[in-house]
Design a protein around this ligand. Structure first.
Ligand code: NAI
Length: 332
C-alpha cells in the first residue's frame, strides 16, 4: 500500500533540503507518493497568496505533510505562512525532540529533551494595532481551552513515550493572567497524571538552567513565543539548527518540518544540512506507522555522523548537501 503525503518544498534552502530528504526516504523504500504543493514566497509570487487553499486542502486530504521552511513576504500585510498553516489546521502542538548526536561535538554529550510548544495563541494571534504614530499594542492571547488541550497532549505523549518529568515554564510575574492561565491549565490536567513528575519555573530561569545543565530536563511545555525562542536555544545545545527536527500536530493532521528557517545566507550554495528535515521525515514515518523504514534511515544517519567523514559545514565538516545525502544513501 502506498500513502500520499503532501510535500511543500519551501523557500530559500527549502528545495535543497527537502529534495535531499525525499531522495533518502525513497532510497529507504518508504511506500510514499508525494503530492507537491507550494506555499510561502514561491506561492505568493505565483498566485498572490502565501498559503493557497490547495495547500490546506492537500494536507487535510492526506493528513500528513512534510514541509520545507517558508519565507513570509515582508511589508505586504500578510500573516506568516507558517502561522497561517498552524492556525488554519489547528496544529496546536509544536513537538521538537532535541538529542545529542554522535560525532557532533557540543559542550554536552547526553542531551535528550523534548520541547512542546503551544502553536496557536500568544503573540502569534497577530492582533497588533498602532494606537497613534509610535505607539503600538500587541495582544498576547491565552485561553484555558488551548492551555488544557496542549497539557493533555503533553501528558499523554509522556505516558506513551515513557518520559518522566515535565517542566512548564512561563513568566507569571509579568503576565499573571495570560501565563497564569497556562500554568493553571497545566496544574489542572496534571492532577490526572500523578505518576509523572511535574514542576514549573520562570522561563528566564529555564534559559539559564538549560545553558548550565540541559541534562536535568526531560520535557518542556511552553507557550508559543517562549517555545519558539527556547527551541532554537535547545537546538544550539546539540549542534545547531541544521540538526533539529520538528512536527506540528493537531487532532486530524500533522505537518513535519525542521526548526530552522530559509537560511537566505546559504541559499543556492548547495551546502545546507538536510538533516533537520530528514529527521523530521523520520518522525513522520514513525507517526505513519512506518517504524522499520524510519529506523533504517536513523541508523544510516547515526553511521554517517559517527564516521564523521561526510559532515556538512555547520557540523565542522566539508561535505556539501549532495555528498552528505549520497553518504546516507550509501549506508542504507
Ligand atoms: P534561519 O534558521 O533561516 O537561519 C539562521 C542561521 O542558521 C543562518 O546562519 C543559516 O545559514 C543557518 N542555518 C539554518 N538552517 C540551516 C541548515 N539546514 N544547514 C546549515 N545552516 C543552517 O533563520 P532566519 O535567518 O532568522 O530566518 C530566515 C527566514 O526563514 C525568515 O524569512 C523567517 O521568517 C523564515 N523562517 C521560517 C521558518 C519555518 O518555515 N518554519 C522557521 C524560522 C524562520
Amino acid at each position: 500500500m502506498k500513502y500520499t503525503v503532501t510535500l511543500i518544498p519551501g523557500d530559500g534552502i527549502g528545495p535543497e533540503v527537502t529534495g535531499a530528504t525525499r531522495q533518502v526516504i525513497e532510497a529507504a523504500g518508504a511506500p510514499i507518493e508525494w503530492e507537491v504543493v507550494h506555499a510561502g514566497q514561491r506561492a505568493f509570487e505565483e498566485t498572490g497568496i502565501p498559503v493557497p487553499g490547495a495547500v490546506l486542502s492537500s494536507i487535510r486530504r492526506n493528513r500528513v505533510a512534510l514541509k520545507g521552511p517558508l519565507a513570509t513576504p515582508k511589508g505586504k500585510g500578510f500573516r506568516s505562512a507558517n502561522v497561517t498553516i498552524r492556525q488554519e489546521l489547528q496544529l496546536y502542538t509544536g513537538l521538537r525532540p532535541v538529542r545529542s548526536l554522535p560525532g557532533v561535538k557540543t559542550p554536552y554529550s547526553n542531551v535528550d529533551l523534548v520541547v512542546l510548544r503551544e502553536n496557536t495563541e500568544d503573540l502569534y494571534a497577530g492582533i497588533e494595532h498602532e494606537v497613534k504614530p509610535g505607539h503600538v499594542i500587541s495582544l498576547k492571547v491565552s485561553t484555558r481551552h488551548a492551555g488544557e488541550r496542549i497539557a493533555k497532549w503533553a501528558f499523554e505523549y509522556m505516558r506513551w513515550r515513557g518520559r518522566r518529568k515535565i517542566s512548564c515554564c512561563a513568566k507569571p510575574a509579568v503576565s499573571p493572567l495570560a501565563d497564569g492561565a497556562f500554568l493553571d491549565a497545566f496544574a489542572t490536567i496534571g492532577e490526572d497524571y500523578p505518576f509523572i513528575q511535574q514542576d514549573t519555573l520562570p522561563v528566564d530561569n529555564l534559559a539559564m538552567e538549560l545553558a548550565m545543565d540541559p541534562t536535568r530536563f526531560d520535557v518542556l511545555l511552553l507557550q508559543n513565543l517562549y517555545g519558539d525562542i527556547l527551541s532554537d536555544l535547545c537546538a544550539g545545545l546539540v549542534g545547531g539548527l541544521g540538526v533539529v527536527p520538528g512536527a506540528n500536530i493537531g487532532d486530524t493532521t500533522a505537518v513535519f518540518e525542521a526548526v530552522h528557517g530559509t537560511a537566505p545566507d546559504i541559499q543556492g550554495k548547495g551546502i545546507a544540512n538536510p538533516l533537520a528535515v530528514l529527521l523530521s521525515g523520520v518522525m513522520m514515518l514513525e507517526f505513519m506507522g512506518e517504524k522499520k523504514v524510519a529506523d533504517r534511515i536513523e541508523r544510516a544517519v547515526w553511521d554517517v555522523l559517527s564516521e564523521g567523514k561526510h559532515l556538512t559545514g555547520d557540523l565542522g565538516g566539508t561535505a556539501n548537501t549532495a555528498e552528505f545525502t549520497a553518504a546516507l544513501i550509501d549506508k542504507l
